[in-house]
Design a protein around this ligand. Structure first.
Ligand code: F6P
Length: 754
């Protein structure tokens, strides 16, 4: 109701404004017309009375002249008239003529007007508005040409009443005001009624659509989304039998309910715990800098089972048992880590070669040319086989749940399927999937696609990557694609292709193991030698060209250029974990980042302050969380990133609801964390403005944004990510069982699946 009243007020006010504008224009135009009219009529009066006037112009004819003038002023609009000799003497005047109007005064005004406007023909009527005590009057001076050639005898002055014009103007004003008011009112009523009717119609049509009664095309995409959402929620409820937030317990129950007694096996190149030989000769445990590990580790903790990975730590062999297994997490063991050993040659070809010089740049739009070598692909195939066999050995029945992680193992799903046809294989591709044209660069694109299609489910971070994958299958494989169901059938094996945006555990464990926010801030500022009121920004990454670390430093430089008040006040701390350092590109990047930081520091540094603190070493999660908690802002500037969990970790770290996240638009996280300040990291003006906005953001706004993002992460945590894939896999398996395992009729499976 309030909204309607506001709408009406605005409309009526605009109506009044329009009326006023229209009245002003109308007054101006009509006044001009009236004056032209008076001048013309005065000329006609002069013409028709000329002969009679000139006949009485002679001296001694004053009375006759006055009687003639009295005749002329019978016209109700003429107030008075006067006959003037050319030298300015009054020969006769009517009694009611205002005394201010004299022959000499009129002649003088006319001379002045002519001086300003340029001489009109001396025979033409001249007139002007005079401000007289009784109101405005229009005084017209009508020249009287001589009857015979000779000097002009004089002129006639006619004083016209303007009050009737003013009365008409007032009437017009009133009329326009009422007319526009009425129009505005009617327009608003019609608009409101039309809007209500069309909204009602829209809702009705939408409802009919939901109920399957309407066939209107424009609603199809909406309705498909709504149905899918409703069905997914209903399916989650029905299959999972539970509601509420996803937690480790709910995930475990879902697993037990749908895959009773079946073992969960995670296959990932990176291990969640690395045993390293310490400097003092002892052994230390390191948590790798890996979003994959941060996300998947809590899932396996909740589900138990085994994690099969490359044993890459210098003391890894010492920590395992005779079967190359070690129970983890240390001190709270609840699952096994099975380590596989790779020769330097295998690691070079499979990990550094195909995975990181081939697939990584192929999938990321970060201007790095992919390199494909036959030898690398041979090593990749061999290592995928080695890991697939290890996975099958870990299975204690023929139908385990295998979670295959990332681009290191595109071939493994098919290899596992061959050995364990009844397995539930869920593959998740953590990085972007390129469009089909770009995938065409890869000589082994068909092998990669076929390998992944050994999975029951192929999961991606976003719908776009699912679409890219389906397009790639369409282009490079002989396979049946059901775009409606987002699924592919190849060699009788159906695979669902779905988006499952990855997340972090909620609540995340590390803030509890870190000091209070104030303490973190105090200790970090002291460590960096900064004043208590210093401003602190943080960036946390593996040193990788996809992360846009140089662009980030350049944005800080631009900020200092544009807003010198931050010089000496803002410190940017970059925690960079060395990564893939055997590769020349990564070593060059490492040096380039250092050079850029040094250059900017040299440009702006003051006595005991420099803008960028670059720490290039491995940092354990408690240190990283201490910086997250101390910072005023965190800047994630990836040039391309499937999700980016640093963004989510920063939000999770801020239980004080303070701090601002500045986030690249090219991350998957930017689709979900809408309350961050989303920027194009290539655009240094935009990025530096966002940093400035973040640093000036009032605490209330920080709180509102943080609160919204934290609520989102509490709901969409990594247990939901894993749970959603398990629920989908369970439905698929139930339907496949119902139809018989050999069936390749995706249509039937998909229909039942819905
Ligand atoms: O983003 C892909 C990814 O596998 C992440 O999941 C992980 O954070 C990162 O790469 C680790 O890379 P690497 O295992 O080569 O150190």
């Amino acid at each position: 109701m309030k909204r309607v009243a506001r709408f009406l007020i605005v409309l009526l006010a605009s109506g009044a404004l329009l009326a006023w504008l229209a009245a002003t224009v109308v007054t101006h135009v009509s006044r001009h017309w009236f004056e032209e009219d008076i001048v013309e009529r005065s000329g006609r009066v002069g013409d028709s009375a000329r002969a009679a006037l000139l006949a009485r112009w002679a001296p001694g004819q004053g009375e006759a002249l006055t009687a003639l003038l009295a005749n002329i002023v019978r016209d109700e609009r003429i107030m008075g008239a006067m006959a003037c000799a050319e030298d300015g003497r009054a020969l006769a005047r009517t009694p009611l003529l205002p005394p201010q109007v004299g022959c000499a005064a009129v002649a003088k005004r006319r001379t002045e007007a002519r001086a300003q406007a340029g001489p009109p023909p001396s025979s033409s009527v001249w007139g002007a508005v005079w401000d007289l005590p009784g109101g405005n009057a229009y005084v017209a001076m009508v020249p009287l040409p001589a009857a015979q050639p000779g000097p002009r005898p004089g002129f006639l002055v006619l004083v016209n009443d303007l009050s009737f014009i003013e009365r008409r103007e007032a009437k017009t004003h009133r009329f326009l005001l009422v007319a526009f008011g009425l129009l505005a009112f009617l327009a608003s009523v019609i608009t409101i009624v039309a809007a209500r009717l069309s909204w009602r119609g829209f809702r009705k049509e939408l409802l009919r659509f939901i109920q399957g009664e309407s066939r209107r095309k424009e609603f199809l995409p909406i309705i498909r989304d709504v149905r899918e959402l409703v069905e997914r929620i209903a399916a989650e409820r029905e299959i999972d039998g539970q509601g509420g937030a996803w937690s480790p317990q709910r995930l475990k129950q879902t697993l037990v309910r749908h895959f009773p007694g079946e073992k969960v096996i995670v296959l990932a190149n990176r291990e969640p715990y690395i045993h390293q030989r310490a400097k003092d000769g002892g052994m230390e445990i390191v948590h790798p800098a890996s979003g994959l590990v941060a996300a998947v580790e809590p899932v396996l903790r909740a589900c138990s089972g085994v994690w099969v990975a490359h044993g890459s730590g210098s003391a890894d062999r010492e920590a395992v048992d005779a079967h190359d297994r070690v129970r983890v997490p240390p001190g709270d063991a609840c699952y096994s880590l099975r380590r596989l050993w790779l020769s330097a040659e295998e690691e070079k070809g499979y990990y550094y070669g195909l995975a990181n010089e081939g697939l990584w740049p192929l999938c990321h739009l970060a201007h790095m040319r992919p390199i494909f070598r036959n030898g690398d692909f041979a090593a990749y195939k061999a290592v995928n086989l080695k890991f697939a066999e290890a996975v099958c050995k870990e299975a204690d029945a023929d139908d385990p749940v295998v979670l295959v992680q990332d681009y290191h193992f595109a071939l493994a799903p098919r290899l596992i399927r061959k050995r364990l046809p009844r397995a539930t294989i869920i593959s998740f591709w953590h990085i972007p999937w390129p469009n089909s044209e770009r995938l065409g660069i890869c000589p082994w694109r068909a092998e990669l696609l076929e390998g992944l299609l050994g999975s029951s489910i192929v999961g991606f971070q976003t719908q776009l990557y699912c679409n890219n994958f389906l397009d790639s299958v369409d282009r490079y494989l002989e396979a049946r694609i059901d775009r409606e169901q987002s699924a592919v059938v190849q060699r009788g094996q159906p695979s669902l292709v779905r988006p499952y945006p990855i997340s972090i555990a909620w609540p995340v464990e590390w803030p509890n193991q870190t000091a209070a926010v104030e303490e973190c801030r105090r200790s970090v500022l002291a460590e960096l030698g900064l004043a208590e009121d210093a401003l602190l920004a943080v960036g946390v990454d593996r040193i990788d060209y996809t992360k846009g670390i140089e662009e980030r430093f350049l944005a800080v430089e631009r900020l200092l250029e544009r807003f010198p008040a931050y010089v000496g006040r803002l410190t940017f701390v970059q925690l960079g974990a060395p990564s893939r350092s055997l590769l020349e590109h990564y070593r060059q990047l490492d040096q380039a980042i250092e050079r850029t930081a040094n250059r900017i520091n040299a440009r702006f540094a003051r006595a005991r302050w420099k803008p960028i603190h670059l720490s290039r070493t491995h940092h354990e999660p408690p240190t990283i969380y201490r910086f997250y908690r101390a910072a005023d802002l965190c800047y994630v500037s990836s040039l391309h990133d499937g999700m980016n969990l640093v963004a989510k970790e920063f939000v999770a770290a801020r239980d004080d609801e303070r701090g601002v996240l500045v986030l690249s638009q090219f991350t998957g996280a930017a689709r979900e964390l809408a309350e961050s300040l989303v920027v194009n990291p290539y655009d240094l003006e935009e990025a530096s403005s966002a940093l400035d906005t973040a640093l000036r953001m009032p605490p209330d706004e920080q709180r509102d944004r943080m609160r919204a993002m934290r609520a989102f992460l509490a709901e969409f945590n990594v247990y939901r990510w894993a749970g959603a894939m398990l629920v989908d896999a369970a439905r698929l398996r139930r339907k496949a069982n119902a139809l018989g395992r050999s069936s390749d009729d995706l249509g039937r499976i998909a229909r039942l699946d819905r």
